[in-house]
Design a protein around this ligand. Structure first.
Ligand code: LMR
Length: 342
């Protein structure tokens, strides 16, 4: 529906109309009429690291401003999805989004795709050498080029592969159509495995798996479980082959329109919500895996070290092949951080 509406009216009119008219129940604080309403849109379910972070942020902002600042959270791509959330943010039709780091290449920031390099990170500590360090700040500063302000990073976790067969060896991927996020690095990863990458919006993934438009996909278990992908995928292979994380982004005009005390209040609440999300991320993925095992709809496969290293070998050329895409200076900076974890 949204896309057809956009086609029939000017995009700015349509996005403004959609943003202006939709309010969720429970927004606001008692009888206090908010001076500021912050609209936070995201594409995943509430029982996920991102869903929990957004709701914690809402509670902290509304409590600390005594309802003067209201945060309206729109989960599950209710308001905007992968295809239009960034543009809606740039147009000011929404005030905050937290896309996956894999989705910034599409708006002219391919350097963010360094996070998609397969088997780059052995654990979340390795990721945080970037997200909590100078390189992470440099990446966020680049958002200014797009009229945006990067406020921070947080984790979902490591991605697993799913299909209607076990994916334990590179040969298991041959010929599969695999749903991917809009990242050239992830597309190259799938091609290196002999699969065909199919870029689709997150909200369309389960349906595409159910109808056979695609055969498989990759995601952390919390996304896989909360989107009920287990109902349409018979096998989940615990590859831990790549990282999925997020950046919280706001619109420069909105951010500058705030008074300093409000900006500090919002930023402080956000940093606490992101720290909370990072604490919860592993738990949310572990809980989802336990629930999935309990459901018994999907066979769960743990790879041997030998199988994992054969996968790692198969995708190893991706790093060199995508150096131009990400940017040689970013790749050099990445190497320095990964080699000298000071
Ligand atoms: C995906 O598109 O698979 C994920 O980026 C969704 C999300 O935001 O976690």
């Amino acid at each position: 529906m949204k896309l057809a509406l956009i086609a029939s009216r000017s995009r700015r009119q349509c996005l403004a109309a959609l943003a202006g008219t939709m309010t969720l129940p429970g927004a606001g604080w008692g009888n206090t009429r908010p001076d500021i309403t912050l609209r936070f849109s995201h594409v995943v379910a509430e029982e996920t690291p991102k869903g929990l972070a957004a709701n914690r942020f809402k509670v902290l902002v509304e409590q600390r401003s005594s309802g003067r600042i209201s945060v309206q959270v729109y989960p599950n791509a209710q308001l905007y999805g992968d295809l239009d959330e960034m543009q809606a943010l740039q147009l000011g039709a929404v005030d905050m989004v937290a896309p996956s780091l894999s989705k910034f290449g599409r708006i002219g920031l391919p350097e963010f795709e360094l996070f998609d390099l397969p088997f780059l990170f052995d654990n979340l500590e390795a990721v945080r050498r970037i997200t909590h360090g100078a390189l992470g700040q440099k990446l966020l500063a680049g958002l200014q080029r797009q009229g945006l302000v990067g406020l921070g990073f947080f984790d979902n976790g490591f991605k697993q592969m799913s299909a209607n067969r076990p994916l334990l060896e590179p040969k298991d991927f041959i010929g599969l159509r695999m749903r991917v996020q809009a990242s050239r690095v992830i597309a190259a990863q799938m091609r290196a495995l002999g699969a065909r990458p199919v870029t689709l919006a997150f909200s369309e993934t389960r349906q595409a798996l159910a109808t056979g438009v695609v055969d498989g996909t990759e995601n952390p278990v919390s996304n896989f479980w909360t989107q009920n992908m287990h109902e349409v995928q018979s096998d989940l292979s615990l590859t831990d082959h790549g990282y999925l994380g997020y950046a919280v982004v706001t619109n420069q005009r909105f951010w500058q329109s705030l008074g300093t005390p409000d900006r500090e209040l919002i930023n402080q609440a956000l940093q606490e919500a992101l720290a909370f999300a990072n604490q919860m991320a592993d738990t949310q993925n572990d809980r989802a895996l336990a629930a999935l095992r309990q459901a018994g709809t999907t066979r769960v496969h743990t790879l041997t070290d030998a199988q994992r290293s054969r996968l790692r070998q198969a995708v190893q050329p991706v790093q060199k092949a995508l150096t131009q895409r990400i940017g040689p200076r970013w790749m050099k900076a990445l190497e320095e951080v990964m080699v000298n974890p000071s």
